[in-house]
Design a binder for this molecule. Structure first.
Ligand SMILES: [Zn+2]
Ligand SMILES: [Zn+2]
Length: 255
């Protein structure tokens, strides 16, 4: 399976785009502004969205993706997330005011947006692999995702503060090759990181010990314009043997 990073920033401002990863050509993890870089034919091949949570930088382009399917007789999309997240996007996005309610259009039996509730630990079968919802600790209900291909596995933290259950879970995945973890705040803003359920460099450093040494760690959700300063701060506090890179649009990871 090929994971193509379409966006991995916490906000916009060219060239930054917000979180969206494409698995082969059929599945998205999150539907931030990154998905807007795809062509219509590519958008119509997407039939699943694994959604981490209902904040706009992760789900804001979902209504527009649904609109492409509605306008081009596409197959529609199944959105997998926790019930609280599905309730939020139904109530606040697909409510007939902000956007048409594609969860009942063109018919309630066969809508363009199908909502499928999952809980932490639930697997979602994919062509060429499997995705499993992982625990997260954010300001609202949220999950991360584990994606296992034929040979390798990728873990994505979603938006989260320190969540020991996430790190214990992925440390027991033998094929784990890549970990995509958010870092939103610098260490001068630890109270904000704790209050809003985000990571900071020193918080990340306290959690990475269980990772096997060969794992590649990718840092996502950096503030546009602050990437280099943040990466320097992160590298300064992480164990030197860890492979750390900044996750950005254009990166591809083979599983
Ligand atoms: Zn969030
Ligand atoms: Zn976010």
């Amino acid at each position: 399976m090929r994971v193509s990073i379409l966006g991995a920033s916490s906000g916009i401002g060219r060239p930054a785009r917000t979180t969206s990863f494409l698995l082969d050509d059929h599945t998205l993890i999150d539907c931030g502004t990154g998905v807007g870089s795809l062509e219509v034919a590519q958008l119509l091949r997407i039939t699943r969205v694994l959604l981490s949570h209902s904040h706009l930088d992760h789900c804001g382009f979902l209504p527009l993706l649904a609109d492409v399917h509605a306008g081009h007789a596409g197959p529609g999309i199944t959105v997998y997330s926790q019930q609280a997240t599905l309730d939020a996007i139904k109530q606040h996005l697909f409510n007939g005011v902000i956007w048409p309610d594609y969860t009942v259009t063109p018919s309630p039996e066969n809508p363009y947006v199908r909502l499928q509730a999952i809980e932490v630990g639930d697997p979602v079968a994919l062509p060429g692999g499997i995705a499993t919802a992982l625990p997260a600790e954010h300001s609202i209900p949220a999950v991360g995702w584990l994606v296992e291909g034929d040979w390798r596995a990728l873990a994505f933290s979603g938006d989260t503060g320190p969540c020991p259950a996430f790190w214990q879970w992925i440390a027991h995945v033998p094929s784990l090759s890549d970990v995509l973890c958010e870092v939103t705040y610098d260490d001068d803003h630890l109270p904000q990181a704790r209050r809003y359920g985000h990571m900071a460099p020193s918080l990340l450093a306290s959690l990475v010990d269980p990772l096997p040494p060969a794992v590649q760690l990718w840092i996502s959700h950096l503030d546009p314009g602050e990437e280099e300063r943040m990466m320097q701060q992160i590298r300064a506090v992480l164990p030197p043997h860890l492979h750390v890179e900044r996750l950005k649009a254009g990166v591809t990871i083979e599983l």
